[in-house]
Design a protein around this ligand. Sequence first.
Ligand code: NAD
Length: 439
Amino acid sequence: MRITVIGTGYVGLVTGTCFAESGNHVTCLDINAEKIESLRRGVIPIYEPGLTEMVLRNTAAGLLEFSTSYPEAIAGADMIFMAVGTPPDERGRADLTYLFKAVESLAPHLPEDAVVVVKSTVPVGTNNKVFARLNELTKRQCHVASNPEFLKEGAAINDFQYPDRVVVGVRGPDIAARLEDLYKPFLRNNHPFVVMSPASAEFTKYAANALLATKISFINEMANLCELLGADINDVRQGIGHDRRIGFQFLFPGVGYGGSCFPKDVHEIAGLARDAGMEPRILAAVESVNQAQKSILLDKILDHFSGALKGRRIALWGLAFKPQTDDIREAPGLVLAQKLTELGVDLCVYDPAAMPNVRKEHGDRFRYATGQMEALQGAEALVIMTEWRVFQHPDFAEMKAALRSPVIFDGRNLYDREQIKKTGFTYYSIGRAAVRPEK
Ligand code: NAD
């Protein structure tokens, strides 16, 4: 099959590369000429484990190409996937400008029987609008399907190649059959191909992200309550997670969710509810708990230093919104880093992957360390904001020697309290009592 993917960001590049990997001829299109040029040179603009090798392999095999030209990329395509960004606009609602610009650019070149597939996360009803606009521009009935994407950054290739399910929203069985044929190589483990209306497919994506965000805010609220009532959230997590009705996934206490999806998608579905005249009480609570959770460590830091932060040297590990990615969109680590610098903290930051992105956006606002231990030199405390694996088994003796005072504020509950007790650190985490060195 000949496939064009419009928008070569996280989703577009992974989608295009995985379709090429299963033998299709794929052209990834983007309006960002610098990005396309870099991809043609084999330089991958994002950090995603395994992606570089796969891009290089498929480009060398002639199955994957990159283009900035709509006429060239669209001509001869059997399916055109739209994976442009739908970032929040100034009201926090999904901005569909990029999507409709792309619709206008592709319409003049759209082959007669090609299927346009909306993969971007879009408000319910967008497929109908794309369908109407394309019909208007082409003066014929076009095929427009929805196919929301559920991949996670950091595990995107695996998620795409072994999806729990593939969801498509279509107007008829013939289009569903064509999409099922394309996805067949990824569903050999008998995971389902779920067919529904375009509106339900669009809604499914928001419902999935809203539920995952709800789990995060739920466990964070429980964690905060644990602290007040003298319980330990890690024990409670074990106690509930083994119940098969509950499970462990997305029930990690922390410093709130961030990234390019959950914040905007929860906000969007709440907005869609209000547009429809319904107050989304659960979603409103999920958002407000998350907002407050991003400051939970700041409160602990302020308490520990009796409110006096000006001029203090503090180290911060973890700026990506989660491990295995360099994505810093709405990252809790950056929110805290900014608040600390506003309070006059002399902040030295380190992240294994996200430093170039942070530097690009924030310039000299922070001091940047070249390694995790270097960040600690002379600092009065360490703050941990992302659960990168390299932070999980550090040499505590080396850390203690580097820090001016042995204090850790752990926003991801990386360490065992009993183990920390032996190291002589003062240790604050989420939903658990602080550990103080024995006198
Ligand atoms: P991104 O910002 O990484 O990439 C979007 C790309 O679209 C950019 O390279 C941009 O230059 C390009 N673009 C914009 N307008 C264009 C146009 N008119 N023609 C061609 N290219 C154009 O975005 P992303 O993170 O890949 O997200 C894309 C969509 O997928 C969003 O709707 C997002 O909500 C959704 N989604 C993202 C993830 C994720 O983990 N990132 C997961 C599932 C779904």
